[in-house]
Ligand binder design. Structure first.
Ligand code: DX5
Ligand code: ZN
Length: 222
């Protein structure tokens, strides 16, 4: 898997679903390393997106790792199915996981990278005991459920606190920021310790999506 920082993961939620193949090919040809796939169940979040068949269809055209973000209750029920559909990273929400440690082992047993997402109200401190088992922490910078929302500034402090915790524990966990990422806040997020930037609307609503991706990739961290 390509892990050169910063990893840019365009979120297909903001793409034109009637031209999905074209959109995936744009990402294939761009500087983005991953493709972010948002799965919503209308229960964990107040919105529905798409599921396994659409993920499989994206997989058939994508030449980059699929970063699947499960915004669903009981995510452990669907881990194998999304792995089979082509997921390379499978991220579950802490708030939806009663037995997070077990779910992380389950994800890893499929061969996928194991991610944990936390909502804006959830403290990074809650991840301390499982950090060594987590390949990626997804810090939600908006309340999950919709693309195109305003970035919550508290995310900068959370990123720095999580980065310090990762350094302290010697874990190899990547930090991903999801929601409201744009060309104005990207550099500060990378400086605070982010490794992966998810970008939906800023990419797909642009006249030059691959130009936005390239500019995000050129942002400097520490
Ligand atoms: C929100 C999703 C995000 C979203 C990001 O629930 O998890 O991945 O697609 O979109 P933007 O970048 O438009 O905030
Ligand atoms: Zn997402």
């Amino acid at each position: 898997m390509i892990n050169e920082r910063p990893i840019i993961a365009p979120s297909i939620l903001a793409a034109d679903f009637a031209n999905l193949q074209h959109e995936v090919e744009m990402v294939n040809a761009s500087a983005a390393q991953w493709l972010h796939i948002d799965i919503m169940d209308g229960v964990f979040v107040p919105n529905l997106s798409f599921g396994i068949p659409v993920t499989e269809a994206i997989r058939r055209h994508a030449r980059k790792p699929l970063d699947v973000h499960l915004m669903i209750v009981h995510p452990e029920r669907y881990v194998e199915a999304f792995r089979k559909a082509g997921a390379d990273v499978i991220t579950v929400h802490l708030e939806a996981s009663t037995h997070l440690h077990r779910t992380l082992q389950q994800i890893k047993s499929t061969g996928a990278m194991a991610g944990v997402a936390i909502n804006p109200h959830t403290s990074v401190a809650l991840l301390e005991d499982t950090l060594r088992d987590i390949d990626l922490v997804c810090l939600m910078a908006v309340n999950p459920g919709f693309g195109g929302q305003k970035f919550i500034d508290q995310t900068f402090q959370k990123t720095a606190a999580l980065k310090a915790m990762i350094s302290r524990t010697g874990a190899a966990t990547l930090i991903e920021i999801d929601g409201g990422v744009n060309e104005q806040n990207a550099a500060a997020l990378l400086q605070a310790g982010a490794d992966v930037l998810v970008a939906g609307n800023v990419v797909f609503s642009s006249d030059n999506p691959s130009g936005v991706i390239s500019r995000l990739r050129e942002k400097q961290g520490n």
